[in-house]
Design a protein around this ligand. Structure first.
Ligand SMILES: Nc1nc2c(ncn2[C@@H]2O[C@H](COP(=O)(O)OP(=O)(O)O)[C@@H](OP(=O)(O)OP(=O)(O)O)[C@H]2O)c(=O)[nH]1
Length: 227
């Protein structure tokens, strides 16, 4: 028996129950419609409950995949598990940007797997489909290029990316800048930290109008640091 009293995510249980009720109601309405005009063939309507469950599954699959691919990596403080970063980026998107699009959220947790692990774009395409792969592709810097070139390309290209990719870029930068305030990566001096803030400001400027909450939060953290 499921212990609904002690569930970790009570709202999820409630949402699921609501969805199931809605699903049952919808089925009843659909069967009423059919009785009224049998001859008219209705277009296929996606059932909300099915799509919502598929969305959850896509997102959880992305979390599972990213956790396994990043499992041996640490952040640059040499202590924090790397996976904290992509999960934190997805959480910024839901919590602060109010973005609930499953493709964007799945791409957010996967945004570093191609750049920083042996994962290929082909795998992402096969496992997660074209929409997620498009965003992950736009979040993947070419590590074969020199660092200065990679940084320049972000300023040049991010403004041309899809809305979904821009959301991930902004949340990524916000996480990294807050992380820099929290703890300086090993080997970084004050100058390098400031340069990262200034460069981030230039990258973000190319994505104006993407999401107000993210841009305000970024302005806050950057202005505080560079004041
Ligand atoms: N603030 C912070 N960043 C860390 C830490 N550990 C790893 N990083 C990653 O380091 C990158 C920034 O460091 P840089 O020296 O400028 O760039 P590089 O690693 O790509 O050469 C970011 O990668 P990125 O995701 O590719 O972002 P971005 O360079 O595109 O912003 C960030 O996610 C940490 O402990 N603190």
């Amino acid at each position: 028996m499921v212990d609904t009293k002690h569930t970790v995510y009570p709202n999820v249980q409630k949402e699921k129950a609501d969805l199931e009720k809605e699903f049952a109601k919808k089925k009843l309405e659909d069967s009423d419609d059919e009785e009224e005009d049998d001859d008219v063939k209705k277009p296929e309507k996606p059932l909300k409950v099915d799509t919502e469950l598929a969305d959850w599954n896509l997102f959880m699959k992305a979390n599972d995949f990213a956790a396994r691919r990043h499992r041996h990596q640490k952040r640059k403080d040499n202590a924090t598990p790397y996976i904290n970063h992509p999960i934190g980026v997805a959480y910024i998107l839901t919590n602060e940007a109010k973005v609930y699009d499953p493709v964007t959220l799945a791409a957010a947790v996967l945004h570093d797997v191609v750049e920083d692990t042996k994962t290929t774009m082909e795998e992402i395409l096969e496992e997660f489909g074209e929409e997620v792969a498009e965003v992950v592709g736009q979040c993947t810097d070419d590590k074969k290029l020199a660092k200065a070139e990679r940084k320049k390309l972000q300023i040049e290209n991010y403004g041309k990316h899809t809305h979904r990719a821009k959301l991930v870029h902004l949340a990524d930068k916000l996480y990294n800048l807050r992380d820099l305030e929290r703890k300086t990566p090993i080997g970084w001096d004050k100058k390098r930290v400031s340069e990262y803030f200034k460069w981030s400001r230039d990258v973000i400027a190319e994505m104006k109008g993407t999401n107000e909450a993210l841009e305000c939060a970024l302005d806050d953290v950057i202005n505080k640091h560079l004041a």
